[in-house]
Design a protein around this ligand. Sequence first.
Ligand code: ZN
Length: 416
Amino acid sequence: MRVTTAFNRLLRLDGVHVRQVDIGSHTVTVTVALRRRALLCPRCPYRTMARYDTRLVDSRWRHLDLGVFKLEVRARLRRLRCPDHGVVVEGVPFARPDAKFTRDVDDLVAWLATRTDKTAVTKLLRISWRTVGRICERVVADVLDEHRLDELFVIGIDEISWRKQHHYLTLVSNHRTAKIVWAGPGRSAATLDRFFAELGPERTKQLEAVSLDLGPAFHKSVNDNAPDVTICADPYHLVALANRAVDTVRRDIWQQLRRLPEPGLSVKFKRSRWALLKHPDTLTHSQQATLRLIRRHDSATWRAYQLKESLREIVTTRDTDDTIAGIVLDRWCGWAQRCRLEPFVKLARTIRTHRESILATVRLGWTNGRVEGLNNRVRLISRRGFGFHSAEAVAALVMLSCGPVTLRLPHEPKPE
Ligand SMILES: [Zn+2]
């Protein structure tokens, strides 16, 4: 078999035949020619037989590595005049527009980036993390389900930081499917207004309930754009607020202990943080032991812990009739206000202000595990996006990981 024929079968590049193969010391260079005669605009379906001119240099793409060799594909492309996009270089079937990588490489990078960390991806594939970000953007534009904003009835709105110093993304999730369906840079009312603009009035009318954190920005946007929708306090955020209050109590006491002559106590206490903040079902044995210690010796922190856990219980137990939940919640607020722990006195005031939306949460019954699972996954992924060049790249990584997307690997069959 001739080498060019062999490479034709080996590389599985769409719509080309191999003209020439050169094996260098680190790189195998494969020169190909397009099979089709017609020229296609890379940005729209326009096709023509009329060539504008031919480029003077070869275009290049990196393909999947061949063992330890890098593999470069080259082709001499033509230009065409698209009525909408002007004079452009023709599109090729094996790579996305403006890409320096073939589709197979793009797909492999996107798959890996959603599953493993920065060092693993960049080292294995020998590309920079910024390049990974750009590939994520390109792939998400290609594979995202275009119907993802249809059939939205119950949604969650949340913000995440994607870099230190106040860089935020606003995320909208579909609670029924536990997928992220929209992401936009920023966390203001204007950011969320953009989501509602994209959703349009018809689909906005279908919305039944929206879960939000307790901040004013998203509330404003929801009130402006969807005044009839039921606002629910996101249980994940309520538990997070209570956790923060517990942590403040614990830290104050730790500061007091540190001033004591016996250093061992404060060290032991510092380690108690996770035992206090974790869901009780997921505690390790030593964390359970730590909790028992706190229960016996530190009544203030134990009180804080009990307050937090009972609030979690209230907001994550479903009851279509919220009368009892209302009574229990009011009793909780009374207890918190009398507990002599300043962070919980403050929290009780916040809870009273948002009483209605918390009871709506109880009525509609958010499956907290689902919300928490998605939130935790989103936070893990967004931390991986630190170091990306733009909010769009982080949004792309979040969508690829948590959105309505099916990623395929190069060896998997292509969707029809
Ligand atoms: Zn065009």
